[in-house]
Design a protein around this ligand. Structure first.
Ligand SMILES: C[S@@+](CC[C@H](N)C(=O)[O-])C[C@H]1O[C@@H](n2cnc3c(N)ncnc32)[C@H](O)[C@@H]1O
Length: 235
């Protein structure tokens, strides 16, 4: 049972979960994914047990459909870096769009931590979207939306910050990058990326990587990129 549940084994209230996320965010403890999921109300294993991978492929096609949720340790690191970026730059983030959001861990954590920002996740597998929507509803998170669909096809809501969290197969990623490139012609934004998309984003001539001096600039983990037209003001 999660150490974050109440003495009677009930879910903590939303205020308590917000407080918990704030405390964990500012601490150094190694974060336990299952315990935090339970405290937030996410029942990933229950949903995932009923999904059959081959059926997902038949339903949705050749996409990166495995579950592979980002660990909370990495999510904490992501928001720590984003927080530093926001503090050091003139760039104001109001809307974050997580493309390929899975069960919505980064979106839900962010919405609990930063209630003034609007968050949206787009996810292909309907059951994952329904679970994320269930949690945002029971938590009363009005600044959160989860949309079901293929992120390469459906319209994107407005965003000035995009998360690319290991969601796209390398054959699909160019379509997502091409949409972002088109958008960069009319609007400035930042892209936060992990793992496989980092190398691809660093080759985009319309983006510039933001290097935060206090953080290691490792090859494989979290990177922040900004559209070129806005970087002249902020770097
Ligand atoms: C490896 S998981 C990562 C999940 C999430 N980004 C995270 O880190 O917690 C990849 C997710 O992206 C979703 N996905 C893959 N291709 C997609 C697409 N074209 N449109 C929307 N979602 C997609 C998959 O269904 C899966 O839930």
């Amino acid at each position: 049972m999660s150490q974050y549940l109440t003495g009677n084994g009930f879910l903590p209230t939303t205020d308590e979960v917000r407080q918990l996320v704030r405390e964990l965010h500012h601490g150094n403890d190694v974060l336990n994914d299952e315990e935090i999921d339970t405290a937030i109300g996410l029942e990933i294993t229950t949903v995932e047990e009923n999904l059959i991978f081959i059926d997902l492929v038949l339903c949705y096609g050749q996409h990166r459909l495995y579950q592979g949720d980002i660990p909370y340790n990495l999510i904490r690191e992501l928001y720590t870096r984003l927080g530093v970026f926001i503090r050091l730059s003139n760039f104001r983030i109001t809307h974050i769009l997580d493309i390929g959001s899975g069960y919505g861990r980064p979106v839900l954590y962010g919405a609990l931590l930063w209630p003034d920002i609007h968050f949206c996740g787009i996810e292909m597998v309907l059951e994952r979207v329904l679970e994320a929507q269930k949690v945002s509803k029971i938590r009363g998170l009005n600044s959160v939306e989860f949309i079901s669909g293929d992120a390469t096809q459906i319209p994107w809501p407005f965003a000035d910050c995009f998360f690319l969290m290991n969601s796209f197969s390398l054959s699909v990623l160019p379509k997502v990058l091409s949409r972002l490139e088109s958008l960069s012609k009319s609007q400035d934004f930042i892209v936060v990326s992990i793992f496989s998309s980092n190398d691809y984003l660093s080759q985009c001539c319309w983006l510039k990587e933001i290097v935060l001096s206090d953080f290691l600039n490792e090859k494989l983990t979290i990177k922040i990129f900004q559209t070129l037209s806005s970087t002249s003001e902020t770097s």
